[in-house]
Write a protein that binds this ligand. Structure first.
Ligand code: NAD
Length: 456
């Protein structure tokens, strides 16, 4: 693939106005909806072939979410696109002042492997509705899904409007060297740094959707049964390979034993001790991730679970007794291991969490509004839930994105439209009147006039 030519063709097509009108944007969104609905099963089968994800999980998290996002954009796009009139100022009187929402131009979207359809197409919906042409680079670690997306996009879209570029680091690096008008990257913090450095060469704006260690805090007044259900649900979908999975549990010391027995009940009710391939439980994506997780497992004190099988790339959901200095607490786990840590006094929580870089998500289980406010005000994190995990992603009225090491910028719903648009401020002035107070030659009389009229 000639990457440079593809980018140039997309830039020409953008300049020709092929993606700018409401009709053109809606047309591409409807075509994308058709692609997903028609080939839903092929896409879910490809994801399953890549890492054994159950059909129902793929349908809900990869197909339904994107279809729902497209419908939301189709419904609201014309109002989002409208220029917005704003007030003038006394200095610019008389004038009309308008903010136009302009597309950025030609954008690059680089996806991660763990939700290989969602993480490619969800930002793409925003790129299309904002009127851009776009190149998508799905992850090479989900090769069946990547090649299925390539095949479908080649059939459904003209490459000068939307194209899929398949490949690994080499293709990604070549794409990153091009003068895109925006780069939207989902992946690790390590690669996020590489993306930002490459973007700096051409001064390309970036959105970085990265990872991190997202805590689940269980306060002393929590409904433990519900907390255990929802934390384990968040940890076991996609076998914990979710950017916003609860990475570890920080629980009030008085509840530790009760949480362990609630966890036992939850896991046996979820899986009946039988982790059916294809039906209930996802596999680890590849051997190197398996080895990384297995290594952490071997160094941990297992409370529940702990079974693994390399041939099947299977790791059982596992609760481990942990302390802040353990290896498992160093980096994002990105797998079904759940460290359990305790606190005694809520005042220490911000200090304990500050030992880690700012997380993408934070979850707290509590009925206390005071405790909720205390955590929300005192701990930096991207977004999260009270008494739930992960479901903040399901509401397109909420911005989704990280802070600090977990990323910059946000998307979903109108936030996606805004991410891929730029705001252009225009002042429209009539030709009359044209007082000469601002023009040279300057003199004392003009200065006094100006002061009298404008200085408060
Ligand atoms: P990754 O950073 O290894 O890869 C992401 C993408 O970057 C892939 O398309 C890959 O081809 C490309 N890439 C890899 N190395 C590169 C390099 N040297 N130069 C240029 N491009 C390169 O991430 P991953 O393993 O696919 O995904 C897991 C990570 O992504 C986790 O940290 C997870 O938390 C994060 N993630 C974040 C979100 C979010 O929405 N914030 C969602 C999913 C995953």
């Amino acid at each position: 693939m000639n990457v440079q030519k593809l980018v140039q063709d997309q830039k020409t097509s953008y300049l020709n106005g092929s993606t700018r009108s409401l009709k053109a944007r809606k047309g591409v969104l409807i075509q994308l909806k058709k692609l997903i609905s028609t080939h839903e099963k092929e896409l879910c089968d490809a994801i399953n072939a890549d890492f054994g994800k159950p059909y129902i999980e793929s349908y809900i998290t990869e197909i339904y979410t994107v279809l729902d996002e497209i419908d939301y954009h189709l419904k609201n796009l014309s109002s989002w696109m409208k220029p917005v009139s704003v007030g003038g100022s006394i200095v610019t009187f008389p004038s009309k002042n308008i903010i136009y929402k302009q597309p950025k131009g030609t954008v690059l979207i680089i996806g991660a492997w763990n939700y290989p359809v969602h993480l490619s197409l969800m930002p793409l919906v925003g790129a299309i509705s904002a009127g851009n042409t776009a190149i998508l680079k799905p992850s090479e670690l989900a090769p069946n899904t990547s090649s299925k997306l390539k095949e479908l996009f080649d059939n459904y879209f003209k490459p000068e409007i939307l194209a899929v570029a398949e490949g690994g680091v080499e293709v990604s690096s070549e794409l990153l060297s091009q003068p895109f008008d925006h780069i939207f990257f989902t992946g690790s913090t390590r690669v996020g740094r590489i993306v930002m450095k490459a973007a700096a060469e051409n001064l390309v704006p970036v959105t970085l959707e990265l990872g991190g260690k997202s805590p689940a805090i269980v306060h002393k007044d929590a409904n433990l049964e519900v907390a255990a259900n929802r934390i384990w649900w968040g940890k076991t979908i996609n076998a914990g390979q979710t950017c916003v999975a609860p990475d570890y549990v920080l629980i009030h010391a008085s509840l530790k034993d009760a949480f362990i027995s609630a966890s036992k009940n939850v896991l046996s009710s979820f899986y009946q001790n039988d982790y059916l391939v294809d039906k209930n439980y996802t596999r680890i994506v590849n051997n190197s991730h398996f080895d990384r997780l297995h290594n952490l497992l071997q160094k941990s004190i297992v409370i529940l679970g702990g079974i693994s099988n390399k041939n099947k790339r299977f790791i059982e959901p596992t609760l481990v007794d942990a302390s802040w200095s353990d290896d498992i607490m160093k980096d994002e786990i990105f797998g079904p291991l759940l460290p359990l840590l305790t606190y005694e006094n809520e005042k220490e929580i911000p200090h304990l969490l500050n030992k880690k870089t700012s997380p993408l998500a934070l979850y707290m289980f509590t009925e206390s509004k005071k405790f909720q406010d205390f955590i929300i005000q005192n701990v930096p994190f991207g977004g999260g839930c009270v008494n739930d995990t992960i479901s903040h992603l399901g509401n397109h009225n909420l911005p989704f994105g990280g802070v600090g090491y977990s990323g910059m910028g946000s998307y979903h719903g109108k936030y996606s439209f805004d991410t891929f648009s730029r705001e252009q401020g225009i002042l429209k002035k009539p030709s009359w009147p044209d007082p000469d107070v601002r023009y040279p030659p300057y003199n004392e009389t003009k200065l006094n006039w100006f002061k009298r009229l404008f200085t408060k």
